[in-house]
Design a protein around this ligand. Structure first.
Ligand code: HEC
Ligand code: HEC
Length: 151
């Protein structure tokens, strides 16, 4: 009797695992079918279709942040500004010196602090490549629904 209950339990466990695996497979295949990636539906080993033009969104007053300490999104186009060893196009407007004249927000105070906690007069090297953290936005529909809610 006891043995029987045990084997029924294992049977239930087994079928549950199989059921869950099957459901996961169904979920994955339907996601893969419904998402149209930016490179279109061309096969992975073929050349991608030419990407469509994606207009950069200009948002006056900036883009709302979703959580504290989020690097704010860039609310303007950036294709004309170069960041290289010779210079940083972004700092022409966002530096301590220029921001008032350009009516641009000054880079965060954290951007002058080195990893050893020293505050510099010029941008810290770890904040030099702005687009490592800040990104502009386009007006495209998201590829998948985003249910994240800001905090
Ligand atoms: C010609 C001046 C100029 C240049 C160059 C420039 N910006 Fe801006 N930026 C602005 C202005 C003005 C705003 C404020 C726009 C607004 O709020 O309406 C702004 C806003 C931003 C913000 C949003 C800040 C916030 O608190 O919401 C970020 C991030 C930013 N810029 C990053 C960059 C980066 C990165 C570059 C270089 C790739 C760059 N900017 C180049 C003028 C400039
Ligand atoms: C390593 C990531 C990182 C890099 C690189 C970086 N930032 Fe930021 N930035 C942040 C974060 C995080 C914040 C928000 C918190 C803060 O102010 O430190 C921020 C805030 C800002 C703000 C808003 C400041 C405010 O007071 O509201 C501006 C403008 C900005 N960054 C511009 C720039 C520019 C221009 C560069 C390049 C010279 C740059 N950032 C490089 C992460 C980064």
């Amino acid at each position: 009797m006891f043995k029987n209950i045990k084997s029924t339990k294992t049977l239930v466990k087994k079928s549950l695992t199989i059921f869950l695996l099957a459901m996961t497979a169904v979920m994955f295949s339907s996601v893969a079918m419904s998402v149209q990636s930016l490179r279109g539906d061309s096969a992975l080993d073929s050349k991608a279709n030419k990407a469509g033009k994606h207009k950069i969104d200009t948002v006056e007053g900036g883009i709302e942040r979703n959580f504290e300490l989020q690097p704010p999104m860039i609310p303007h186009t950036i294709d004309k500004y170069r960041i290289s060893l010779k210079g940083n196009g972004c700092m022409k407007c966002h530096s301590e010196k220029a921001y008032k004249k350009e009516k641009a927000p000054k880079v965060g105070d954290s951007h002058y602090v080195t990893r050893d906690g020293k505050t510099l007069k010029t941008i810290s090297s770890r904040r030099y490549f702005c687009t490592q953290c800040h990104a502009p936005q386009t007006k495209d529909n998201p590829l998948v629904d985003n249910v994240y809610e800001g905090i």
